[in-house]
Design a binder for this molecule. Structure first.
Ligand code: GDP
Length: 305
């Protein structure tokens, strides 16, 4: 068993590469749920959906989230009814939120996710990081914001001087997550945002402890290439938090948990700084701009085991 820790787009692309590169072994993807929220009465889990749509080859290649070639007729009608439409929900995408919300009345989020993923033909196990609610909250000069307020409604424009994960201390791990970590030969920290995608996963104390004590080898991939995030607010966010926005800056966040670190070949000159943390360092092309590059990075990751 290979276990990946993932947020949305960056983690989903590497998970796709891992799944397609594995022959006889199974992949379990532990996914951030700190971004989950309720809108229009629906339980929306953006990172779970991005991972499932990507593994099912349904994802919109332009955005990385949502379903390819979706239409937005329902959203236009919601606007006529005076409902908030700052969060884009496509017509085909809408169905998963309806189904999930309905199924959640009887089942845990882990069970609901398994049902949905199976229906989409996903062969890997998609595991929410916890069945309890953990909510990512963003501290800005305008006060504390709910995650989607910061990320989507206010378009990541606010200075971030803190992040907290409400409910993380009380959250527990599902039997499915515990089993996957116990069986893992390799745990992969995907190139997802370490603060708001991997951060909430590790903020659950049981998760941190289970990863720390797992027998598996542990490898992280840098989401920062040449001082830039491939997408999203990671660089500004790390600066706001007083962290160095670079591959070594990310490696420092994970140094107590991983044994190896993969950075982009453009950053190969920074490898000694990461090796000084006691990590084995590999430089390669980490930009997953097409399917063959996803597979390439996955193979370099799997070679760490
Ligand atoms: P989000 O929830 O969709 O924002 O998802 P993630 O946290 O998984 O993805 C955002 C992070 O992934 C950003 O920090 C990006 O720099 C990183 N990322 C996205 N695509 C790639 C890629 O192809 N290669 C690498 N190395 N990082 C990537």
């Amino acid at each position: 068993m290979i276990v990946a820790l993932s947020g949305g787009v960056g983690g989903a692309k590497l998970s796709w590469g891992l799944e397609r590169s594995l022959a006889n072994e199974e992949l379990a993807v532990i996914v951030n749920t700190g971004d989950d929220f309720i809108l229009h009465g629906l339980y929306i889990a953006p990172d779970l959906d991005t991972v499932m749509y990507t593994l099912a080859d349904l994802a919109n290649p332009a955005t990385g989230w949502g379903i390819a070639n979706d239409t937005f007729h329902a959203l236009a009608m919601l606007e006529r009814y005076g409902q908030p439409v700052w969060f884009q929900l496509g017509d085909r995408d809408l169905a998963i939120h309806l189904a999930r919300t309905n199924l959640l009345r009887q089942q845990r989020l882990t069970e609901v996710t398994a049902t949905l993923a199976q229906a989409l033909g996903v062969r890997s196990r998609i595991l929410p990081m916890s069945d309890q609610r953990v909510e990512t909250r963003i501290l800005t000069p305008d006060g504390e914001l709910a995650f989607q307020d910061y990320f989507v409604r206010r378009r990541q424009q606010d200075l971030v001087h803190g992040v907290r994960f409400q409910g993380a201390e009380q959250a527990t791990l599902s039997p499915e997550v515990l089993a996957a970590l116990a069986q893992a030969r390799l745990i992969v920290f995907c190139p997802s945002n370490p603060i708001i995608s991997i951060g909430p996963i590790l903020a659950v104390p049981e998760m941190h402890a289970a990863i720390a004590s797992a027998q598996a080898r542990k490898v992280a991939v840098s989401p920062i290439i040449a001082g830039q995030a491939v997408k999203g607010p990671l660089v500004a966010m790390m600066q706001g938090l007083g962290l160095e926005p670079s591959a070594p800056g990310v490696a420092r966040l994970y140094a107590d948990l991983v044994d190896s670190f993969i950075l982009d070949q453009q950053d190969a000159h920074l490898a000694p700084q990461i090796a000084a943390l006691g990590l084995k360092v590999t430089a390669t092309n980490t930009l997953m701009s097409d399917h063959s590059r996803r597979r390439h990075l996955a193979e370099v990751v799997l070679a760490q085991a």
